[in-house]
Design a protein around this ligand. Structure first.
Ligand code: GLC
Length: 776
């Protein structure tokens, strides 16, 4: 028995054990279960889990237990309490408010434990710990990224409740507009609610936050191995709008010997912003250009917007309309709204045939050699006619560099109205087979579905290569398909700082391949800000420079020689780190563990580290402490317990304390954890330029272990076992430092042949073979 339906108060509660640690709680609504599906969790996978559960019914209670958990439901109040095997209370309903209905709206209230911290919630501006905050789930095109503004482009109704005795995760599987009040209204409880749909949530028990993330991504999915080139530098702007500009850009990178792998085309490559078209005046030899760029070692990524221009002479519009692929209003009329191309219609991505139609349109681009797709405006963002014309005037005629700030909403209700106005009408309908859904239920999934269409279309057109897809909008599970960037930030110190937090929040929410526009999107970037942002940007898993229309150039050489040199050094460091980064992606693929790790992920028992949200771990070994204030040339860094080594000088520090370190303009404070093993390549102009048969291993004193992963970097052959997995470990024995090499999996022939081990300024060459080697 892995499922039990109980009667609590006037409703039914279905408790389904997905694993001995993951439990689904699903309540009926006015006597029936509104839905027997999930739009986001793979039901087939979790349906018959076969978890062994012991069940007992007493006079006043029901009790269900597994090897890890004990759940008690009181009959009278319907109150759910969850204990671990040590009898610690982990989660309990607040009084009798485990389930509250108010018309269509549903709520649940939970007790807050003393010392509890709430982390995750997807793409959110600061702070890291959301205790005392309200978080709204409604995908919104928000151009003001001032700290505290909420929501942004993605919704991940998931969080981790960290506590010194036991942590848990909670995923609210409801796609309507919902929000979490994490103790803002009352400090004794938190609650979450949705405008409609069922109270359907998953409780994920974990010995540590990493354990919870593993459970959560088991439910919602994990990223595949990214194409190796996508770990290099991506250079973008709105817009490199002609062939000549793109050629010059490519040549400039190579001439200056600055590594770069991907160039971007923003909306101006299209004919009048008609999606899937090419402006032949600006790009007369598109296919040849893509080839030439490839020969120089560049991949091309093109932007795709979901809004299809209303134009009876335009193929995509005609086809979509004749096949009835666009969203309609309840009254049967095709829904129209304004986006870049003017009056537009919106594909109903909920339907498989529409996703196929869309995905097929990629084929021509893939055949011409385009390597990646950048899905934008897919909340979907919709302007009113007035806004559309205002934007045209501001950006095209008056050459604005950022949109004017809107007045802040006065209260919560006004806020909800404001964010709903920015998208498709709620009464628009979507269809799936015979079922009809209102946009209010599908809105948060629109971006995810567009990415699914892109992913599947890519695979059909090119089954041999892994896609690179970048998206702005998404929902829980977006990590199955795409990399994510956090939209339109600003060239400001505030936004450089907020990116550190936003990316930690998204990482905790199971999304590993993430980044922000390096240098900032809106407004002009200044010299020092650009330097500091590049120093941080090399630690964004997705590393792209991008900026808005009319703003100052943001190429690595646009700020003079000194900045160019620093930028180049850091980009080169990024390229050297690619083997480390790629191996971390293997961990993300296997377990969902992100690359950017809040300190609490690596030091799960230390409450203290929660106070240091302005630094993070990049993988298990590198502590990154960015400089985010103008003219700052030093900063305080908290080093968690253990020993640490300064990346630049090798100086050893004892952890468990704050240290003050120098941070001249050309240095971002970086510390290596004791026992660190960092596999590195020699730098190159682009991924694949040089055959990398020799791996540099940077080893630091202490005990440590690292799983090194390699494969061909582009095909799906790794799924057939064609990869190598090597465990490197280091330890001290009788005052000597050793490196142990163990092959866990051997399936790829063209990988590393030899090692150059660097240990405390000493260098040792080794053939790559199993064994134990002295390295000092
Ligand atoms: C949106 C995107 C931005 C892009 C612009 C023009 O604002 O977020 O990255 O440059 O649209 O396509």
């Amino acid at each position: 028995m892995d499922e039990k339906v109980l009667r609590v108060k006037d409703e039914l509660l279905k408790i389904h054990f997905i694993t001995p640690k993951i439990v689904n709680f699903h309540y009926s609504k006015y006597g029936k279960f509104d839905k027997n599906y999930s739009l986001c969790v793979d039901y087939e996978k979790i349906k018959d889990s076969g978890v062994r559960v012991t069940y007992e019914e007493g006079e006043n209670y029901y009790r269900l237990s597994t090897d890890y958990l004990e759940i008690i439901v009181s009959k009278e109040l319907g109150k759910v309490s969850i204990y671990d095997k040590g009898k610690n209370l982990i989660l309990s309903d607040y009084e009798d408010k485990g389930y509250v209905k108010e018309g269509k709206k549903i709520y649940t209230y939970k007790k807050i434990r003393h010392e509890e911290a709430f982390l995750g919630f997807g793409e959110r501006l600061g702070p890291l710990n959301k205790r005392g905050h309200v978080l709204i789930n409604w995908n919104t095109d928000e151009s003001d990224h001032s700290v505290g503004n909420d929501p942004l482009y993605q919704s991940h109704p998931f969080f981790i409740a960290w506590h010194p005795t036991a942590s848990y995760g909670l995923f609210f599987d409801n796609t309507f507009l919902s929000y979490f009040d994490m103790g803002k209204g009352d400090k004794d409880y938190y609650y979450f609610c949705a405008e409609d749909g069922d109270l359907d949530y998953y409780f994920i028990y974990g010995s540590s936050p990493k354990d919870v993330i593993e459970g959560y991504t088991y439910l919602t999915g994990r990223y595949y191995m990214p194409p190796l080139w996508s770990l290099g530098l991506h250079q973008s702007r709105w817009s490199y709008d002609s062939e000549i500009k793109l050629y010059n850009l490519a040549k400039e990178f190579r001439k200056r010997n600055i590594p770069c792998d991907a160039l971007y085309l923003d909306i101006d490559y299209m004919r009048g912003y008609r999606v899937f078209t090419i402006n032949k005046k600006r790009f007369p030899h598109f296919e040849k250009m893509v080839k030439d760029l490839k020969n120089l070692g560049f991949k091309l990524v093109v932007i795709i917007d979901p809004g299809v221009k209303w134009d009876r002479k335009y193929e995509i519009f005609k086809e979509g309309l004749s096949k009835d692929f666009f969203c309609r209003m309840e009254n049967g009329k095709v829904f129209t709204g304004y986006v870049w191309p003017g009056k537009s219609v919106f594909p109903d991505f909920l339907r498989k045939e529409v996703r196929n139609f869309w995905g097929e349109k990629l084929r021509e681009f893939i055949n011409m050699g385009v390597s990646g797709f950048w899905n934008d405006m897919n909340e979907p963002s919709v302007f009113s006619r007035i806004e559309y014309w205002a934007m045209k005037i501001l950006f095209h005629i008056l050459k604005f560099k950022e949109p004017p700030k809107l007045p802040k909403p006065k209260n919560f209700e006004e806020k909800i109205k404001q964010i709903k106005r920015k998208t498709v009408h709620e009464k628009v309908i979507h269809k799936e087979d015979d079922k009809i859904f209102y946009h209010s239920e599908i809105h948060n999934l629109y971006g995810l579905l567009m990415n699914q269409a892109t992913f599947e279309g890519f695979l059909r057109a090119n089954p041999h290569e892994r896609p690179f897809i970048l998206t702005r909008s998404g929902f829980s599970g977006i990590q199955k398909y795409s990399a994510v960037w956090c939209g339109d930030n600003k060239s400001s110190w505030e936004n450089l700082f907020s990116s550190i937090i936003t990316l930690q929040n998204l990482s905790i929410s199971g999304v590993p391949f993430i980044g922000e526009d390096v240098g900032g999107f809106w407004g002009d970037c200044e010299r020092e800000l650009f330097v500091r942002w590049m120093e941080l940007g090399i630690f964004y898993p997705f590393f792209r420079i991008h900026t808005a229309k009319n703003t100052r150039n943001q190429e690595p050489w646009s700020f003079g020689d000194e900045v160019e040199k620093i930028a180049k050094d850091f980009i080169s460091l990024r390229y050297r780190l690619i083997p480390y980064i790629y191996s971390l992606f293997y961990e993300a693929k296997e377990k969902g563990i992100p690359l950017i790790r809040s300190l609490i992920l690596e030091f799960p028992n230390s409450k203290e580290v929660l106070s240091y949200e302005d630094e993070f771990m990049f993988g298990p070994f590198i502590l990154v402490a960015p400089v985010y204030e103008k003219e700052k040339r030093e900063r305080k860094v908290y080093l968690p317990e253990g020993f640490w080594y300064d990346f630049y000088t090798g100086k050893r520090y004892r952890g468990g304390t704050l240290v003050k370190v120098n941070a001249p303009l050309n240095k971002i404070p970086l510390f290596l954890r004791e026992g660190a093993i960092i596999p590195m390549w020699n730098t190159q102009s682009y991924v694949g330029e040089k055959k990398q048969e020799m791996l540099n291993l940077e080893v630091y004193p202490g005990d440590g272990k690292f799983l090194y992963y390699e494969d061909d970097g582009i095909s799906w052959d790794y799924e057939k076992g064609m990869y190598n997995l090597i465990e490197f470990s280091t330890f001290k024995k009788e005052e000597k430092q050793f490196l142990r090499i163990r092959f866990i999996h051997k399936g790829y022939k063209d990988g590393t042949k030899s090692l150059k081990v660097h240990y405390c300024k000493k260098e040792k060459k080794l053939e790559l073979m199993e064994g134990e080697f002295e390295i000092n």
